[in-house]
Design a protein around this ligand. Structure first.
Ligand code: PSU
Ligand code: MN
Length: 304
């Protein structure tokens, strides 16, 4: 038995030539956004990465293999498979051997990106420590993954549905550099401000690329989290998104939502409560992260 890793031709060629490549996840497509906006977002993100001079590699599990780079038809299938598995480190292997369609979370995408030799990955927001984790123990596998897999992840921070102070404490414990891009404060996904000072700040893609390569030279396992604030014109103020988050959390509690379902449930409720505004912001912040990720991948390619 050999590792079923299938690289799309454009990705294989780019990796062989040292052309920058940016990995993209698929859970955001299957569990993070409704159809058809999810597929439209996936295509727009890929176009943004191409415009930034890099090759996009959306990662998903299909037909018993890890696919690094999907074509238009694959994206459409993913976007329209409502029962796709949401795969993280724990169930990635089972997902592959099952033969079913599986979407990769931040954690699983990092694992697959590293297998393929991709340094940079763009997404919306990472998973983290859920509110009430002191009783539920619900802490996303994304956090320990950042502590052990050497991929730089560009996100708009952690999703604001989480307990952000606890999330950043755990990242510090795991030895993950958390880098705010262009501001002193950590962003909070739909909003630019979180009230939390960032442990690190960088203002250029070159600085982030240098730090990524230096971690490799030091032999340190684990990646970097780049917290890239959503552009001002697309943000939702804390005062507006806050009550929607609170209401969604109450609904989740009332309905006994737990484990893997929590994040998709909350995103969907907030979408309804904000009459679609949260989705529009989510799409814009992913595009913004794709732009920065392409730049960082370009700088890393230059250094190598
Ligand atoms: N970013 C988004 N929307 C999403 C996600 C990220 O804008 O839906 C997904 C990622 O795949 C992330 C997952 O890994 O949410 C977190 O899930 P959990 O909290 O169950 O670990
Ligand atoms: Mn969880």
């Amino acid at each position: 038995m050999t590792l079923p890793l299938i690289l799309q031709a454009s990705v294989e060629e780019a990796l062989a030539n040292g052309t920058p490549v940016v990995a993209l996840e698929s859970t955001i497509i299957t569990h993070g956004m409704p159809y058809p906006q999810n597929v439209e977002m996936a295509r727009a993100v890929e176009d943004t990465i191409r415009a930034g001079g890099a090759v996009p590699a959306t990662i998903a599990i299909m037909n018993g293999a890890i696919h690094i780079g999907l074509d238009d038809e694959d994206l459409e299938i993913l976007g329209q498979t409502p029962d796709a598995m949401k795969l993280s480190r724990a169930d990635l292997a089972v997902g592959i051997t099952s033969g079913r369609v599986g979407a990769t979370t931040v954690a699983a995408t990092m694992i697959c990106a590293q297998l393929a030799g991709i340094d940079v990955f763009a997404t919306g927001g990472i998973g983290g420590v859920h509110r009430g984790a002191e009783t539920s123990f619900d802490i996303s596998a994304d956090l320990p993954e950042l502590g052990q897999t050497a991929v730089t992840v560009v996100a708009a921070g952690a999703k604001a549905i989480l307990d952000l102070p606890k999330t950043f404490e755990v990242l510090e414990t795991m030895g993950v550099p958390v880098i705010a891009y262009g501001q002193d404060e950590l962003p909070a996904f739909w909003s630019r401000q979180s009230g939390l000072k960032a442990p690190l700040r960088m203002d250029t893609a070159a600085q982030i690329a240098n730090a990524h390569v230096m971690r490799g030279l030091l032999g340190l396992p684990g990646g970097q989290l780049v917290a890239n604030p959503i552009p001002e014109e697309h943000e939702i103020a804390q005062t507006e998104i806050g009550p929607a988050i609170e209401a969604a959390l109450r609904d989740a509690e009332d309905q006994g939502i737990a484990a893997k379902e929590v994040t998709p449930f909350l995103l969907d409720r907030i979408f309804t409560l904000t009459e679609g505004r949260s989705l529009r912001s989510n799409i814009e912040l992913v595009l913004n992260n794709a732009r920065l990720a392409a730049e960082i991948a370009g700088e890393i390619a230059r250094l190598r």
